[in-house]
Design a protein around this ligand. Structure first.
Ligand code: BGC
Length: 377
């Protein structure tokens, strides 16, 4: 009788350990929480089943690609502040745009016992092996701002809609041309971001869905003829490379023409394009942007840059920290907004809405951002 009772107790204990995951983080090696929907299909699924939390003061790793634009510097600061405030032990590192360095940093986070690793990849498709190793060790992996491609080692991605961002940039370019440059046709040029960053082709695709019909009907003329992403991309999001390309476009195609507008994928590249245009003696073209970097917010306010797109870092970091807290408490990954195929699995994506900013709506757009509001003077 006594023996049977203790066997029953042992069985009950094993069951409860299995249900709570024993405080060891995610069950290693499962992919079952990936939804079955296809690219960007809305996810109807419920939140993933609770899969086991971990201790409150656990180590959380954050691996950022570089600190070359303001959004990544903000993320570096905000992850430290918000995760420490939540009681975690935090390792935040940036990898200077060097893939092997980022692989090593993630490897060290695994060795240091991280329970969650947040990754903004330099190259979306070059981290497959190390992320799968993290997964095999029972660590949760969350993509931050950029998709993690070609790997099963990802539990979800938090980002602003990247196709939507491109659409907003292109629509702002069209609006700006109409407002600032009279009737068309308009001479324009196109720039893309770093080709290794999965956001960059998406921004471009979103933008071209708006611009291509206007190119086809003759409203827009891409004078250089360079309309493929590969021709327009800017290796490593390097502003000086963008400026050099703009210099050569201007000297090669615009010695007797005005450039009316330029599609730019972010603010740093926008300022490089504007600077090159001023130096070539052009009237300032209408230029789009992204990130609401302080310097560009001032340029938008003074009329030197037409638009930017705000994707507030505090909101993105806040959403990521909320997911980490859910994991810690044993509640698993919250329900996602859409699902995106990364080449290997359908990844749950938490998608936030970017907001276009021009001089007209800057005060409203930054109503809750005292730092940027302060720049509108
Ligand atoms: C981010 C942008 C940033 C760019 C270059 C992109 O993935 O979404 O905010 O400007 O990388 O750092």
């Amino acid at each position: 009788m006594k023996k049977r009772l203790s066997m029953l107790l042992a069985a009950a204990l094993m069951l409860s350990l299995a249900l709570t995951g024993c405080g060891n983080g995610r069950d290693a090696g499962t992919t079952s929480d990936a939804p079955e929907t296809n690219s960007t299909a809305p996810v109807q699924s419920q939140a993933a089943e609770p899969t086991g939390g971990f201790e409150a003061g656990a180590t959380i790793g954050v691996s950022l690609p570089w600190l070359g634009t303001q959004n990544w510097k903000e993320a570096d600061e905000m992850f430290k502040t918000q995760l420490e405030a939540a009681g975690f032990n935090v390792i935040v590192q940036a990898a200077d745009n060097k893939v092997p360095q980022q692989q090593q940093q993630i490897e060290a986070m695994i060795q240091n016992g991280a329970k969650v690793i947040v990754v903004g990849p330099i190259d979306g498709s070059q981290l497959g092996a190390v992320l799968e190793e993290a997964k095999a060790a029972g660590i949760y992996v969350i993509g931050y701002d950029r998709l993690l491609e070609n790997t099963t080692g990802v539990d979800g991605v938090v980002q602003f809609g990247s196709i939507k961002t491109g659409e907003l940039q292109a629509q702002a370019l069209l609006d700006g041309l109409k407002e600032k440059k009279g009737d068309g046709p308009y001479n324009i040029e196109l720039f893309g971001g770093g080709p290794a960053d999965p956001n960059a082709p998406n921004f471009f695709t979103g933008a071209m869905s708006v611009l291509q019909p206007k190119i086809d009907d003759g409203t827009l003329v891409v004078v250089s003829g360079q309309t493929d992403f590969t021709q327009c991309a800017t290796i490593d999001w390097d502003n000086s490379k963008a400026q050099a390309r703009m210099d050569s476009l201007l000297s090669g195609f615009y010695s007797d023409k005005e450039v009316h507008g330029v599609l730019s994928p972010n603010d740093g590249i926008a300022r490089a394009i504007i600077t090159a245009s001023e130096q070539a003696g052009q009237e300032i073209p209408v230029v789009s942007g992204l990130d609401a970097e302080n310097e560009s917010v001032e340029w938008v306010w003074s009329g030197r840059q037409y638009s930017t797109v705000a994707k507030p870092t505090d909101v993105l970091v806040g959403k990521t920290v909320e997911i980490i807290k859910s994991l810690q408490a044993g509640n698993g990954m919250p329900a996602a907004d859409v699902s995106v195929n990364n080449g290997k699995i359908d990844v749950p994506v938490y998608e936030l809405p970017p907001v276009v900013v021009t001089k007209d709506n800057a005060k409203e757009a930054f109503a809750n951002d005292p730092g940027r509001l302060e720049l509108l003077k």
